[in-house]
Design a protein around this ligand. Sequence first.
Ligand code: TMP
Ligand code: ASP
Length: 254
Amino acid sequence: MNRRRRIYEGKGKIIYEGPEPGTLVQHFKDDATAFNNKKHEIVDGKGVLNNRISEYIFNHLNAIGIPTHFIRRMNMREQLIREVEIIPLEVVVRNVAAGSIAKRLGLEEGTQLPRSIIEFYYKNDELDDPMVAEEHITAFGWATPQELDDIMALAIRVNDFLSGLFLGVGIRLVDFKIECGRLFEGDMMRIVVADEISPDSCRLWDIETNDKMDKDRFRRDMGGMLEAYQEVARRLGIIVSQERPVGSGPTLVQ
Ligand code: TMP
Ligand code: ASP
């Protein structure tokens, strides 16, 4: 039973009002979606894993001074976050060609890019999240030039941190997506990392085998999505083993 006020329901998460003003509760669902909800399945246990993986990453970002909306995990599926004004952009950072850039520019998947590339997509389901340029973002007022500078600086810092974190556990960070929000504190405003960072929003390849350990397993009907997410969590030290049957939930440390 849930009597809290539901503020927003997305494809993978629900946002409830939080216990104090300025806070919200972010609830991770088990829904797996791709291609703007044209493909949809329930994957038992995915929400629990993404909650834990995203908690781990956001805690580390906070610890090294990269501002985020994350306060703390509350339970298996929920985390307490600061209320922010979400900027309607998907900010994608790419290190290796895969997915839409490979298709758009005719690059072979797996090609190292000459440098990390930042792209912006306008968050709009009816339009299928079109790619946009800085010109569109500032002209339509989705973000100011100063905010865009802050967003790009955050994206690069997140990329540097995540690349190292995953490399340390034998995983190549091919690309990822973040969302940013405006956090208002008194009469100050700053841009922070919001939403989630999980295998739903990253491409993660095993360094040795190039095995995919992310949502492409679902998008491309490869199977083994939950096992791959469990392996990411296991390598990061978030869960201890995979001895329990799939779907019964991961074994939690602590
Ligand atoms: P793409 O290759 O489909 O453009 O995706 C690039 C990365 O960004 C990939 O890791 C998936 C992630 N992403 C999302 O999580 N949500 C989105 O809506 C988009 C467009 C990308
Ligand atoms: N289009 C994105 C993806 O394939 C997001 C989504 O539709 O869920 O991951």
